[in-house]
Design a protein around this ligand. Structure first.
Ligand code: FE2
Length: 426
């Protein structure tokens, strides 16, 4: 063995997908990964270099970190405050949140968000996009999450979306609050066109969102058509804005649950427009299956967007958790393998290639949505962020909701988790 030249070397890694560096080797071949100066410096079988720390992962699956592309950290861990959502509907959740946020403080937001992020990191999530409600004059949620973004940057990458929960035009102050949020440093412009007072306001809000994104050079992530109403058709407005503005990779349509209720003739036409628009999609199957279809008797809709069809059409789809114990969803741990498992069921993605695709939707797909580009992926020269799973394949990771044994962030081991042990006693 030669002299020490790496700070950390992972031995005998089974990569979740072939890296560029690995393409010269057999895809199934185990490789070593060497890390120095927070970067991946080499990937190859039997690397002839030593590390200050050596970790033999013994054929376990090694993946780029999980990417949480859609969550609301400002409301996370508030379930039951000031009351539980007994109807389980989106609209009761909005009412409860309106009451809860009256007592919101920056310190309250920071404490809960950091607690949630640490929980997410323990499940191998190292990139998170959170919405921050910017409907209040104080902008408390946004200020809290921007402070958190700074506080966690050494171990977690956080993007913050300025999200006008009550609509961009729901109150005359809201448009100015959005601009103020962007001046304060929000990473993305959010929206909620289907919740605006009128359809016309919804269309106007989408145009305004694109205008602001271009003016401030920010990303776009819109809660779009999160409703069962098949007449809610703001996704086509977003796609039209993408085509006309040239923005695509920077734009995301979240939820789009009404797409699951459109008639097939319109869905076919829309898919053609979406292929031209090339925007990103986020489905949130845990929350969508819970909140949508509430006004149906039977048959009861699943209320999830057309994940399989979007994937088949070559569009980028990622999956988000959306809520962790908040007014809309009293459950949730932050583990994205739970989200994947729900997507596999609800979207009927049960084929082997389909399950692998669902795993990719919370890794590579999420990275595309967050526009991480060269800041993500197990490639030489990229930041040394990766996870080691107690599994040998993406399928097995989903099947067993595998423990994430090691989370490596910025080149160092951030979290280590021992798998549970079951012992027969008779
Ligand atoms: Fe959401």
């Amino acid at each position: 063995m030669s002299e020490v030249s790496a700070t950390l070397v992972l031995r005998r890694c089974r990569l979740s997908r072939p890296s560029t560096a690995q393409q010269e080797f057999a895809q199934s071949e185990l490789v070593d990964i060497a890390i120095a100066d927070r970067q991946i410096i080499a990937i190859a079988p039997n690397l002839p270099m030593a590390g200050l720390t050596e970790l033999n992962v013994d054929g376990r699956l090694v993946s780029a970190p999980f990417v949480e592309s859609h969550i609301h950290l400002d409301s996370a861990l508030t379930a039951g405050e000031p009351r539980w959502n007994e109807s389980g509907t989106l609209f009761e959740g909005i009412d409860i949140w309106r009451d809860r946020k009256a007592s919101l403080t920056v310190e309250d937001v920071k404490a809960r968000a950091i607690k949630a992020l640490r929980q997410q990191a323990s499940y191998g999530v190292l990139f998170v996009r959170s919405h921050a409600d910017v409907s209040e004059r104080s902008l408390t949620a946004l200020k809290g999450l921007l402070a958190v973004r700074e506080a966690v940057k050494d171990w977690m990458t956080l993007q913050v979306v300025a999200f006008p929960q009550d609509g961009l035009y729901g109150h005359e102050k809201n448009e100015a609050l959005m601009e103020e949020s962007l001046r304060l440093g929000a990473d993305a412009v959010g929206g909620i066109p289907h919740y605006e007072l009128t359809r016309e306001d919804g269309v106007r809000s989408v145009h305004k969102i694109f205008e602001l994104a271009q003016k401030y050079d920010r990303l776009v992530d819109v809660h779009c058509d999160e409703i069962d109403d098949p007449q809610s058709r703001f996704l086509e407005v977003m796609a039209g804005c993408c085509i006309r503005s040239g923005m695509s990779a920077e734009v995301t349509a979240s939820h789009t649950t009404a797409f699951g209720s459109y008639n097939d003739a319109y869905a076919l036409k829309l898919m053609g427009i979406l292929r031209r628009g090339k925007l990103n999609f986020i489905a949130n199957p845990l929350i969508n299956i819970t909140l949508q279809g509430r006004t149906d008797t039977y048959p009861k809709r699943r209320g999830v967007t057309r994940v399989k069809e979007l994937w088949h059409n070559g569009l980028n789809v990622s999956l988000g958790h959306d809520c962790i114990q908040d007014p809309w969803y009293s459950l949730g741990t932050g583990n994205l393998l739970s989200v994947v498992e729900m997507a596999v069921h609800v979207c009927q993605m049960t084929g082997q290639a389909e399950m692998a695709a669902c795993f990719d939707m919370v890794t590579m797909g999420g990275a595309r949505t967050l526009n991480l580009r060269d800041g993500y992926g197990i490639e030489v020269g990229r930041p040394a962020n990766l996870v080691v799973l107690e599994a040998e394949s993406r399928y097995e990771a989903i099947l067993r909701r595998a423990t994430v044994r090691y989370v490596i962030s910025r080149g160092r081991v951030l979290v280590e988790t021992a798998p549970p042990v079951t012992r027969w006693v008779e």
